[in-house]
Design a protein around this ligand. Sequence first.
Ligand code: AHM
Ligand code: MG
Length: 376
Amino acid sequence: MDVIIPPPGEVINKRLIDTLPGGKIGTVQRALFAAPQGGSMVDKSTSNLEHFIIRQQRLHPEATGEFSSLFSNITFASKIISREVSKAGLVEILGMTGKTNVQGEAVQKLDAFAQETIVKIMMRGGTLCVMASEEQETVIPVPEPYTRGKYVLVFDPLDGSSNIDANVSIGTLFGIYRRKTISTGECTPSDVLQPAKSLVAAGYIVYGSSTMLVYTTGQGVHGFTLDPSVGEFLLSHEEIEIPKRGSIYSCNEANFPLWSEGVRRYVADFKAKPERQAKSRYIGSLVADFHRTLLYGGIFLYPRDKRYPTGKLRLLYEAGPLSFLAQQAGGRGSDGVKPIVDIVPDKVHQRTSLFIGSEEDVLEAEDYIKRFGDSL
Ligand code: AHM
Ligand code: MG
C-alpha cells in the first residue's frame, strides 16, 4: 500500500480548495472517489481504510509508500489495543500495575499494554526515527539494527485511563511529523518539539460503543468504524465538518472556583443565555469528549487553574494533534489566547490550557479571557 503525503508547504487545505473556482473539496473528492463508470459514490460498507488511503495517494504520484506503511502499522496496533480493551473485564488486565508514570499518575495495566504494543509495532516498522509518548519520560529513539525512517510519532497510548475500570470510552491519540534533521543520523530534540501546524497527520482511535479511527492528513477529516467481524476499519464518516457554533459545553465544572475570572464568566454566560439552550456533557476522557464535540459542535475546555497553573493536558500528543484535527474540520483549538497549532513545545510533556471545538465558541472564550483576564 502506498500513501502519499504532500511535501511540506503543499498540504492541501480544504478551506483553500473551497475558494477555488469549480468547487469544494467535497466535490473534488467525490469526483476522485466516484466509480469509474460515473456510477455511485464509494459504498461505505465496503470502503475500508486501505482503499480510502490508496484513493488519496492517487493525488500524489511521487509517494514512496513510507507514510502509508507507518499508518497501516498504527491501525494494526490500534486493532490489538481495541481487542484487549473489549475483553478487559474478562481477563486479568483491569487495575493498576503498581507503578506511576512520568506525570506521577498510577499506571493501569491497559496503559502499559497499549504503550508496549505501539512501541513494539512501530519500532520495527522502518518508518520512524523517534517516538515520544505520554507514558515515557524521555523520547524513544529507534535504535540499530532497526531501520530508521523519516517520520516522528508522538502519542498518548491510552488516554482517559481513569475511566478504564468503569467501562467508559477511552482512546489513543497520535500525531506524525516529518523529521527536520538529515534522515540518516540520530534524531535531535528539534525533530520532536515541533508545533502542531507542522503535523503531516494526526488522529485518534476511540474505544467506545464501537471502535472508531478519525484522522486527517491535511485533506479533511475522515472517520472509520472498526467492523470486528472482518477486522477492518470501514468508512463511516467522510469529510467531517464541525458546526460553527454549538450548544454543548464540556468541562470539569468542579474546577470552577479554581479558574480565572475570564473562564468563570465565559462558562457562566454560556449557560445563562436562553437562546443557546446550553447542555453540559463531560466524560473525563479527552478523546471521547473531543469526538462528541467534533460531531455535535460546542466547546471542550480544560483551562489552567490553581491546581494546574500551566494547564493539565499535554501539548505535544494531546492538545496539538486534536487542534490540528479541529482546524481541518473547520473548528479551532486555542490556549485561550492563541491557536494551539502555533505553539512550539519546549519540552515533551509540556502542559497547556485547551479550548477546542466550534470556531465561534472558541473565539468567544478567547474574547472573555481578553476582556476579564486569566490571572489565577
Ligand atoms: P490521562 O492522559 O492521564 O488519561 O489524563 C488526561 C485526562 C483526559 O482524558 C481528560 O480530559 C482529563 O484528563 C480529565 O481530567 P479531570 O479528571 O481532572 O477532569
Ligand atoms: Mg492522556
